[in-house]
Every structure is written in C-alpha cells, then in structure tokens.
Design a binder for this molecule. Structure first.
Ligand code: PAF
Length: 299
C-alpha cells in the first residue's frame, strides 16, 4: 500500500490503474476505523481490482458548534487497518490540499437533504456532497462504497452522482453492529461506560419496532410511539428524531407498505448517534434489514 497526500498523485495513480484494465473501488472515509469501515474495504477488495481509501476529516460538513476539533483521529492505526484489508492506496490530503482557496462552489441536493438529519444539521449534507463530488472527480470512474448506517447520506450521494452524470456507481453496504447491537460509529469513542450501555436502547427500539411491524402494525405514528417510548426509558439518551420514511425519496409515509426506512437519531453525552433499519412490507410478508453483527475479531 502507498500513502499519498496530493490530488495530482491520486488522479495519476487511478488513471494508471484504469489504463491497465483495473476496476477502481473507492472508500471515502473520515478515519478512526472500526469494523464498519473494514467491511467497506473488504467489499471494495472483493468487487474491484484496485482499492483506494480516502481519509479526510472534512471541515465543510461540520457546523461551527459541532465536533470537528475533537473528532477522533488515529492515522497510524488506520494505515495498519488499510494494509490488512489489502488497500492499494491510502489518500490522506491536508485541508489546504482539498480546499486551497475559499470555496465558492458547493453541491446541494434538494429534497432528500431536508428531513431526518438535515433538520438538525442544515449545512451538513452540502458539506458531504461537495467533498464527495471533489473526491469522485479526483478518483474518476469507479465503484464507491458507503455504509447504510448513514442511509440518508447514501441516498443523497447516489442522487448527486445520477443528477450530475458522475461516472461512479454508488454501492450501499450493510450497517455493522457491535455484539450488543450498537451501530458501529467512530463517535462511539465519545461514550463513557454508562452512556455506552444506554446507547444500546437505539437498536433495542428498532428491534421492538420491527417486531410491531412484523406483527401487523402499519401506522407510522404507532411505530414512532414504540421507538420514542423505549428510548425515553433511558435518561442519558435524548431523542432527536424517530421516523418512518419512504426508503427511496425519504419522505414521511402515511402507511407502512413497500420499502420503508425506520431511522432514529439521539444525543448521548457528547455524541450524536444515528441508527436505522430497512423494512420491506408486501401484504403480510415483512422483511427487516437491521444490518450485520461484526465478528468478534473485527470489533
Ligand atoms: O461518511 C463519512 O465518513 C463522510 O461523510 C464522507 C462520506 C467520507 C464525506 O466526508
């Protein structure tokens, strides 16, 4: 694996790989890797011939009140994870390399960014789409791998790539959980042991909501009550939202049918955590996708 930091190096190395007939797989990240990141790298390794990981804590997607300064970082540890996952190139640009001048051009995806996390983080998705558009332009034609824990991000980035005819296939990969159900997140490192235990209420609430839908519940309000009711039993967890939306356009549904996304967000101590499941309802037939549990050695 080689580690590079310059945009021209990234372009040249990806062009060269494609010139040799290799398919490029790209995993954009902000580092501090956990099993969720590793699963994206493994998927890229399985589907592509040449794997590029970017590691850049993107200031543009943090509001001034958010955790940019304290965002966890471990470049040395992350490089080892990439080596072990068979990554070919680790791209770690400096902020000045990504944003050499004040930025006048941003990418905004309408609609999909308004609900869910967009309500409490109104500038977040413009920061994500702008940096991802830049990274896609640097890497060039590729498959790009994103985790479905950030289900709204996957929908937004996919729509951006379609609308702008970017030569990138956006691949959504399973959400990865700890053995006790907590969705893997770099921000879990902010939790003290009590908060860490309390945070599992998010996945427990999703399980309860899944059971209600499987038992025949089709009213989004009732599912909201199940989620909010259980989350309210944990005083350390402050609910931001618990919603049932259409899995395609992320608009609230009036009845649970077809494919829906059940998504929650909450504050636990210093961390803002999100979790979700996809539910496919076809008459009485209900299929729930809560993601996968990391093998112990991957935690
Ligand atoms: O999901 C993330 O880690 C970030 O939002 C991304 C996609 C790397 C853009 O900075």
């Amino acid at each position: 694996m080689i580690t590079i930091g310059r945009v021209h190096e990234l372009r040249a190395i990806c062009d060269d790989a494609r010139a040799q007939g290799k398919r490029v797989g790209f995993v954009p990240t902000m580092g501090y890797f956990h099993a969720g990141h590793r699963s994206l790298m493994h998927e890229a390794r399985a589907q592509a011939d040449f794997v590029v990981v970017s590691l850049f804590v993107n200031p543009l997607q943090f509001a001034p009140t958010e955790d940019l300064a304290g965002y966890p970082r471990d470049l040395a540890g992350d490089a080892v994870v990439c080596e072990e996952a068979g990554v070919d190139v680790l791209f770690v640009p400096a902020v000045e390399e990504m944003y050499p001048r004040p930025i006048c051009t941003t990418v905004h995806v309408d609609g999909l960014t308004e609900g869910l996390c967009g309500k409490s983080r109104p500038t977040h998705f413009d920061g994500v789409t702008t940096v991802v558009a830049k990274l896609f332009s640097m890497v060039g034609p590729c498959q790009a791998f994103f985790g479905r824990k950030d289900a709204q991000q996957v929908a937004v980035v996919r729509r951006m790539a379609q609308d702008l005819d970017l030569p990138v296939e956006v691949v959504g990969c399973p959400l990865v959980r700890e053995a006790d159900g907590l969705a893997m997140s770099s921000r879990n490192s902010y939790l003290d042991p009590d908060e860490r235990r309390a945070a599992t209420v998010l996945s427990r609430a999703l399980h309860e909501a899944a059971a209600a839908i499987t038992a025949g519940e089709r009213a989004p309000d009732a599912v909201h009550r199940v989620l909010a009711g259980l989350i309210a039993t944990e005083p350390k967890v402050e609910l931001d939202y618990a919603e049932v939306v259409d899995a395609g356009d992320l608009t609230p549904v009036t009845i649970i049918a077809g494919e829906v996304l059940v998504a929650v967000a909450a504050r636990v101590g210093k961390a803002r955590l999100i979790d979700n499941m996809t539910v496919s309802v076809n008459g009485a037939n209900v299929e729930v996708d809560l993601g996968v549990v990391a093998r112990e050695s991957e935690g």
